[in-house]
Design a protein around this ligand. Structure first.
Ligand code: SF4
Ligand code: SF4
Length: 150
């Protein structure tokens, strides 16, 4: 009886479709909900470091002086915390797995070099911001001084 069942099971398995896919010959199907890998639109990223602080698995490193954003895809647990907290919405979960690799390595993205025009515009914006802050501080100091006199 036992050997009859075993033979039946073996024959059934011989002729039924395989349970696994011939990856990578047959590509897997990804849905919008597939937890793939995190990508950063580095041109929008301001290197504020919030994603690094919010990542529970310490997968992200933000190097502000070097203008570099680094992710260790092997440490990422696809929790979406960085994506939810990024103030610039520049992080996305791509519904595709990280490509196969023979080495355990991090992905590093560096902010592209600005054109001279963009650099000049950025410096002007920074100077204007500093001037606005200084004016606001001066106005507050004057207001406080007036209040103290009264
Ligand atoms: S939180 Fe967003 S803007 Fe800030 S460093 Fe991370 S990716 Fe860049
Ligand atoms: S998805 Fe989660 S684990 Fe992955 S980098 Fe973002 S915060 Fe870290």
């Amino acid at each position: 009886m036992g050997s009859f069942h075993l033979t039946k099971m073996s024959l059934r398995n011989l002729f039924k479709k395989p349970a696994t896919k011939m990856y990578p010959v047959i590509a897997p199907t990804f849905t919008p909900m597939t937890k793939g890998h995190v990508v950063n639109d580095i041109e929008v990223c301001i290197l504020c470091g919030i994603c690094e602080k919010k990542c529970p698995s310490l997968a992200i490193t933000v190097d502000k002086p070097a203008e570099t954003w680094i992710i260790d895809p092997f440490a990422c647990i696809q929790c979406y915390s960085c994506i939810r907290t990024c103030p610039k919405d520049c992080l996305t979960m791509l519904p595709q797995y990280t490509g196969a690799s023979t080495e355990k390595c991090s992905r590093s993205i560096t902010k592209p070099e600005l054109s001279p025009e963009d650099k000049a515009a950025q410096e002007i914006a920074a100077r204007e911001k500093e001037a606005r802050i200084a004016a606001a501080k001066a106005a507050k100091a004057a207001k406080d001084e007036l209040a103290n006199k009264e």
